[in-house]
Unconditional design. Structure first.
Lengths: 304, 117
């Protein structure tokens, strides 16, 4: 069953020459009770997309259905959604314990014991004022709220800013364990792809507002491969094949090829080429990296 | 995890290894999908898919409400499968490399005898 259904969604900021097409004709569905990765570079449109999905921004055109309904000013939808933003604002005099004590009003499934356990594990000072927290502590509060809310649909927008490697690993471990016990739909936006690639079941990659990859994570794994060898051999082998990326150093060359089957791999080996796996992160980098006409096209995707 | 192949296949292979090498004896219970996911830091659905693959092949079977168990005769079947694949997986690359280095098959056989001793 799908929890999110999006059709031809577009959102543009600003006017005329300085306009940014933040989301461009995006269409996709996200299934229930899966962990989805929303991946892309800074400014690719990840945050805007999540703001649209949670009714915090209005679309220029296109439709959004969350739990089968439009999310904008719709309590039936928003009561089941938790959105952990990269830069959440709190009332000036709020302390950590105020955040935790008001959370149950917003989240029906809030688990206070779990929240307390996480406060200990992330070592968050509960009596400190929110504005006195370090960047990492602020992120930890967001992560705790996101996990303990147990909302049926939870968005994490780059929730790890300032978190050290230990705290990030703790977040990933707790997310997996709690998700196993309490299945729910999670959308995790990140550019630390290598860190999370094994947690994800499904991947959306957004680039300049467009959805460029929409696939199961395990399907993407091994879907692209690097062939490495002398330039002439690589060029001969890649002729007529879909090449995502090329690089060369002197007489040596590397080409990233999409969808090379076992026969193709055997052929490459027979030609004396070396095969190297491409990680999800490398695949995303090569799909969204600087291509001719890249940044300049940013404003060209608007409504005709 | 290795980046070149789907994780669920790697999970299935790890479980097969454990069965072949006796770490998971026949009729013993394997870790739950959630335990596998937490231990290997992977998505539980992916772990479940790897386990499911071995259930489909009759290597594992489910006891309702209890968990997954290694089937009777699973080890012998896995060993037979692997022997069949041994030639292409191990011998073919070995011979190819030997040929590059100018080592004749007879010399190679002697080297194997010597090393095994």
């Amino acid at each position: 069953m799908s929890v999110i259904r999006v059709q031809n969604l577009s959102k543009r900021y600003g006017r005329s020459s300085g306009a940014v097409q933040a989301v461009a004709e995006a269409s996709f569905t996200l299934d229930e009770n899966r962990i989805h990765g929303l991946l892309g570079r800074n400014g690719a449109g990840k945050t805007t997309l999540m703001q649209l999905l949670t009714g915090q921004e209005f679309a220029d055109h296109g439709t959004i259905e969350i739990f089968g309904e439009n999310p904008v000013e719709n309590a039936r939808v928003l009561d089941r959604v938790c959105f952990i933003k990269e830069s959440q604002r709190y009332p000036d005099d709020f302390r950590v314990h105020h955040v935790l004590s008001t959370a149950p009003r917003f989240f029906a499934d809030w688990d206070a014991d779990f929240a307390d356990e996480l406060v200990e594990r992330f070592r968050v000072p509960v009596k400190r004022r929110m504005k006195k927290l370090s960047r990492g502590q602020l992120s930890a509060v967001g992560v705790i709220v996101g996990l303990a809310s147990r909302a049926p649909l939870t968005f994490f927008d780059e929730p790890y800013l300032g978190l050290d490697a230990v705290a990030r690993q703790l977040f990933y471990d707790v997310l997996l364990a709690d998700y196993s016990e309490h299945p729910r739909t999670v959308v995790l936006s990140t550019h630390l792809i290598d860190e999370v690639s094994n947690l994800l079941e499904h991947v959306l990659v957004i680039d300049e507002g467009r959805i460029v990859i929409d696939a199961d994570a395990d399907e993407l794994r091994g879907s692209a491969i690097d062939v490495v060898g002398t330039r002439t051999t690589v060029e001969a082998f890649t002729a007529g094949r879909e090449v995502l990326h090329r690089a060369h150093l002197g007489s040596l060359a590397t080409a990233t090829i999409a969808g090379l089957d076992e026969a193709g791999r055997a052929e490459a080996r027979a030609a004396g080429l070396e095969l190297e796996p491409v990680s999800l992160q490398q695949l995303v980098v090569r799909t969204t990296g600087d291509t001719p006409g890249g940044p300049a096209d940013r404003t060209n995707g608007g409504r005709a | 995890m290795d980046d070149s192949r789907p994780i669920y296949l790697q999970i299935a292979e790890q479980l097969e290894d454990d069965i072949v090498e006796g770490r998971l004896p026949e009729e013993s219970q394997i870790p739950s999908t959630n335990e596998l996911a937490a231990f290997l830091r992977i998505n539980p659905a992916t772990a479940g898919k790897g386990v499911g693959l071995l259930v489909d092949q009759g290597i594992l079977y489910k006891k309702r409400g209890i968990g997954m168990f290694v089937a009777d005769g699973a080890r012998a079947r896995l060993v037979a499968q692997r022997r069949e694949r041994f030639r292409e997986q191990y011998l073919a690359p070995l011979l190819a490399e030997a040929q590059k280095l100018g080592i004749a098959p007879a010399q190679l056989a002697a080297m194997i005898q010597e090393t095994a001793r």
